[in-house]
Design a protein around this ligand. Structure first.
Ligand SMILES: NC(=O)c1ccc[n+]([C@@H]2O[C@H](COP(=O)([O-])OP(=O)(O)OC[C@H]3O[C@@H](n4cnc5c(N)ncnc54)[C@H](OP(=O)(O)O)[C@@H]3O)[C@@H](O)[C@H]2O)c1
Length: 243
């Protein structure tokens, strides 16, 4: 069975995605910064699903380690999923370059760094799948998501370009744009249930869309239409609105 590499595996979404693929008998490579947490997750997945599951230390900001990280993976994953990301307080990031830069460097530069490596491998072997978790916030720049949103907008453009670049070599690239998801990051926010997915719902949607080889997926699906409306507002009006 194919091996799935999950980058950002200690996030609630990463854990749910790992469980979903393991339940379908895929072998799993879990990658993240926190090795103690990774080891516990590996043990849990192996016990539940009797699949091959391994832990790998990965830091999105250590760009120069990414080549050696991917080189060491054995077997090489057939599917690479990037889930890691940072969303700091926008007001703080606006006034503190270190915070802003960390968001951009993790969400965009870190993802590009590791996915360029995975994509080159897949292009050489003429098969493979890349799944990038972005966000609906990348669809239109807003004051309340100034830095985070722009990092995800750049990521959307990169994933679209990568899809275009890899298509002729039988490499599929899927962009996943969540609206709202109940996770550790959003635990303190009063999220509207109708617009928010659980990590399990998210993983289900990602898995089904992967099987159907979708290009761009909104989670939940109606976020596509919410964002269509938001994108259709003329800039002359949009700049006066409070978002
Ligand atoms: N929750 C939402 O409503 C929502 C909406 C739209 C998009 N998303 C996207 O979904 C993804 C997961 O979000 P989440 O809500 O689960 O966030 P989260 O709870 O904050 O998890 C983020 C994950 O990213 C990892 N990470 C951060 N910096 C890293 C680095 N330098 N190297 C490696 N891993 C790093 C963290 O690892 P550690 O455990 O080591 O800190 C953590 O596992 C993100 O890409 C986010 O932008 C989430």
């Amino acid at each position: 069975m194919e091996t799935i590499l999950i980058l950002g595996a200690t996030s609630d979404i990463g854990i749910a995605v790992a469980n979903k693929f393991a339940a379908q008998h895929y072998n799993i490579q879990l990658a993240a910064r926190k090795s103690a947490q990774l080891c516990a997750l590996v043990a849990d997945i192996q016990t539940r699903y009797q699949v091959n599951c391994t832990a790998h230390t990965f830091d999105a900001l250590k760009y120069y380690s990414h080549g050696a990280f991917f080189e060491k993976l054995n077997p090489k994953p057939g599917v690479t999923i990037t889930i890691f990301g940072v969303m700091d307080e926008e007001d703080v990031a606006f006034g503190d370059w270190e915070i802003a830069q960390r968001m951009i460097s993790t969400n965009y530069t870190g993802t590009v760094s590791i996915l360029n490596i995975a994509a080159r491998h897949y292009i050489r072997q003429k098969k493979g799948t890349i799944i990038g978790i972005s966000s609906v916030t990348g669809d239109r720049g807003r004051a309340s998501k100034l830095i985070y949103g722009s990092s995800k907008a750049a990521l959307n453009a990169y994933l679209s370009g990568l899809r275009n670049k890899c298509f002729k070599d039988n490499v599929h690239v899927m962009t996943v744009k969540p609206g709202l998801v109940y996770t550790r990051r959003t635990a303190h926010l009063p999220l509207p249930r109708l617009l928010t997915s659980t990590p399990t719902e998210f993983a289900e949607m990602l898995y089904c869309s992967f099987k159907k080889k979708k290009n761009v997926v909104y989670v939940k699906w109606f976020w596509r239409y919410i964002m269509l409306v938001i994108k259709s507002i003329p800039e002359s009006q949009f700049k006066k609105m409070k978002f």
